[in-house]
Design a binder for this molecule. Structure first.
Ligand SMILES: [Zn+2]
Ligand SMILES: [Zn+2]
Length: 293
């Protein structure tokens, strides 16, 4: 199983997932051209993608869903309420596959479990994605006002988590945003702070957890180092030495090989193999373990 963000933040979100022989995107909040450009940076041809799974209607997750679905014939897996909220992006020629509630569904070889989240959208969900052949489980959980018990339960046992770490609480408080915006972002239907992301990450620890990719960072009220340090330090106090990286807005993350990360977590291998392009050699850089590791 492999995963990368194409970009993450309030100006666009999309997650590339390879699960067995199935490739799909979770959300597509970029233009068609930008999706193609970013997939190319990962060494992935758009024609090899099989679907988009949409988490909620906010435009930073959906601005490209219509255009991409039409251009590459990607079916859109979407809830009826989210589809209605995305009506202006769709022309009726797209292939729509509805999912509803928390019932699991399959996209090719991937088994997907949605769980409802607390967020100011019509029908927002977090997703876990299971690869039946390996038993690996990936979590994609952003746009969480708070991590409810159902979301924590759904994410338990994940081997890799793309986890929201939206804002530093002090930076948000001291930002020039109007009070109402601060309330919305920091409220229970807004976005998860660095502190709450770290708390949730601790709850998810288990011996085969390969890593966290912290995502949906606020441009104005966060810094990559602040997000990384909050979760990394909290996890290090529990003895965790796995990957804690940050997804940025303007380009793709590394392409993480979840099998390799889990192997390192289980066996404490000296070096992790990360690779950014399909055809690239398997080792492009060593993993940066925490300094105290
Ligand atoms: Zn968002
Ligand atoms: Zn949102």
């Amino acid at each position: 199983m492999k995963v990368a963000t194409l970009g993450s933040g309030s100006r666009g979100n999309s997650v590339f997932v390879e699960c067995g022989r199935t490739r799909f995107l979770v959300d597509a909040g970029f233009s068609g051209a930008e999706i193609a450009r970013r997939l190319d940076l990962l060494g992935v041809r758009p024609e090899s993608i099989q679907a988009i799974v949409v988490t909620h209607e906010h435009r930073d997750h959906t601005s490209g869903i219509g255009v991409a679905a039409r251009r590459w014939n990607w079916p859109l897996y979407i809830t009826p309420a989210t589809e209605r909220a995305c009506a202006s992006l769709l022309r009726g020629s797209e292939t729509i596959v509805h999912y509803e509630g928390e019932a699991p569904f399959d996209v090719g070889e991937a088994r997907i479990h949605p769980s409802s989240t607390c967020h100011d959208a019509a029908d927002p969900v977090a997703l876990t994605i299971q690869e039946p052949e390996t038993g690996l489980k990936l979590g994609v959980a952003t746009d969480l006002g708070r991590a409810t018990t159902p979301v924590r339960t759904a994410l338990a046992g994940c081997h890799f988590v793309v986890l929201e770490s939206n804002h530093d609480e002090v930076m948000l408080r001291e930002s020039p945003y109007p009070w109402s915006v601060k309330q919305r972002i920091g409220g229970s239907r807004g976005h998860l702070s660095n502190r709450l992301a770290a708390d949730l990450a601790v709850d998810l620890l288990h011996p085969s957890l390969g890593g966290f990719l912290l995502a949906h960072l606020s441009h104005e009220c966060n810094l990559p180092e602040a997000a990384r340090e909050a979760t990394k330090k909290t996890l290090a106090r529990r003895g965790y030495r796995g990957v804690v990286e940050v997804a940025l807005q303007d380009g793709p993350s590394h392409l993480y090989d979840v099998d390799a990360l889990v192997d390192v977590a289980r066996n404490g291998g000296p070096q992790l193999q990360l690779f950014g392009r399909e055809a690239a050699p398997r080792v492009t850089r060593p993993v940066r373990f925490p300094p105290d590791a």
